[in-house]
Design a protein around this ligand. Structure first.
Ligand code: SF4
Length: 210
């Protein structure tokens, strides 16, 4: 069976398993989702939510992130990996959004990827989860691993994987497929010890013996 033929069955089974595919990052507006997504690189969503719980109470607007001394922002996110760089990118993005985009997070891929620290993955997450726009498919480490194990792609590069997934996935499912693969990757198809025997995709997965 080709990847395109297999995909509807994969989606059907995963949707049954995970009926509410959506980001597990907490946010109240598009800029907070940008902040949470930037913070989530190399960090769990649970840890990010713990930090943003306090952060979002202290910083109510894009201007707050732009105007605060960078040392303060650094300190407020210091329990997160790579907090120096992340603080720098968040503040630079806030300034650019104020200066170039009228204080609103832009709604296009082309504009979003001009923001510091925002590449296609983050842009896709913002577009899909904050605006309901399916411009592409967010490829994180789980999506990458599962796409390979399920042979939905032969590529290893996230941009190429995204392109392959977009070719075989109906556009209205672009947001969903990313969340479904992430949920399944976290719970069952883990990197080191995939739990094949509990997997709903077992009989159609070419990697069930790895
Ligand atoms: S059968 Fe195993 S390798 Fe295939 S998707 Fe399930 S857990 Fe992952």
């Amino acid at each position: 069976m080709s990847a395109k033929e297999k995909l509807p069955e994969i989606l059907k089974r995963l949707k049954k398993e995970y009926p509410e595919p959506m980001t597990t990052l907490y946010f109240r507006n598009p800029f907070e989702l940008l902040v949470a997504t930037v913070l989530s690189a190399q960090t769990t969503d649970v840890h990010v939510n713990r930090v943003t719980g306090a952060l979002f109470k202290k910083y109510g607007s894009v201007e707050d992130y732009a105007d605060t001394p960078i040392e303060t922002l650094r300190k407020d996110i210091s329990s997160i990996n790579f907090y120096n760089n992340k603080a720098k990118n968040i503040q630079a993005s806030a300034k650019m959004i104020i200066g170039k985009f009228d204080s609103k997070v832009p709604k296009t891929m082309e504009e979003l990827i001009t923001l510091p620290g925002v590449a296609r993955k983050t842009a896709n997450i913002i577009l899909s989860n904050a605006y309901g726009i399916n411009a592409g498919i967010a490829v994180d480490t789980h999506v990458r691993r599962l796409s390979n194990r399920l042979r939905l792609t032969k590529n290893d590069d996230p941009v190429k994987i995204e392109r392959d997934l977009m070719e075989i996935t109906p556009k209205e499912e672009w947001g969903n497929i990313s969340h479904l693969l992430i949920f399944h990757g976290r719970k069952i198809c883990q990197a080191k010890k995939p739990i094949h025997k509990e997997c709903v995709l077992y009989d159609i997965c070419p990697s069930r013996n790895i």
